[in-house]
Design a protein around this ligand. Sequence first.
Ligand code: AMP
Ligand code: FE
Ligand code: FE
Ligand code: ZN
Length: 288
Amino acid sequence: MHIDLHTHSTASDGTDTPAELMRNAAAAGLDVVALTDHDSVRGHAEAIASLPEGLTLVTGAELSCRMDGVGLHMLAYLFDPDEPELARERELVRDDRVPRAQTMVRKLQALGVPVEWEQVARIAGDGSVGRPHIATALVELGVVETVSDAFTPEWLANGGRAYAEKHELDPFEAIRLVKAAGGVTVFAHPLAVKRGEVVPEASMARFAAAGLDGIEVDHMDHDESTRARLRGLAKELGLLATGSSDYHGRRKTVRLGEYTTDPEIYGEITRRATGAFPVPGAGGPRPA
Ligand code: AMP
Ligand code: FE
Ligand code: FE
Ligand code: ZN
């Protein structure tokens, strides 16, 4: 079983449409894929409608959180997408991405970069707009060579010259809301240092006590020693240890299924969830 529990589509900052993502996941040999767009479930319907036979979809989202000024991401799986409290919070975060991205565009303009909001809006389409879209605009303008190159203090990194904050959830509130909606939470790439600041390791115990289910251990932004440390921490705190690609299509170099989750861990996630069930692929759209 090949299980990849963290991917992004054009519903946020990935470059595959949900339908393309499902096709590519099957072609990559995955048996299970989770669609976890930033602060959005808008890609779910299209993904479900285009699921190839043999591929199971885990519906989810990656919730933007902030604690003591440090940004972090909570993966949420198999929650009820219609549960009103979580839906409202998701929308607040997603909607605030627009004025926030416009602020970053203005900061870039003040730095002499000829970027326009219309360009960023075109790149983002109807996906929740984020820094990778602005970074793509900077690539188009020849300001940087790759999307990753825009994530520096000079440009869009946390606290960088053109960075702006967005509304984000308190992680304890996120854990509570997801649980109340029948879902399971996994702390995404907890020690991805290259993204900037990370929350202190001691907060993992507090998250665990608040009902966190797991932590993402195998991720491209964790080196070997970090993974070993996280695996030990998961064991100590009774948390599920997952692995995932965090695929973003052309906006990152990682491949679908490059990192995967153990089938037993996946089984435990599905047993704990009550808000939604994994969707088995029935073979995609049938000829009329
Ligand atoms: P935002 O949600 O708008 O604050 O942007 C955060 C997103 O930027 C993350 O979800 C990643 O997709 C992307 N990102 C963060 N750091 C990097 C990096 N160093 N290289 C490429 N993409 C990154
Ligand atoms: Fe992203
Ligand atoms: Fe993330
Ligand atoms: Zn992600």
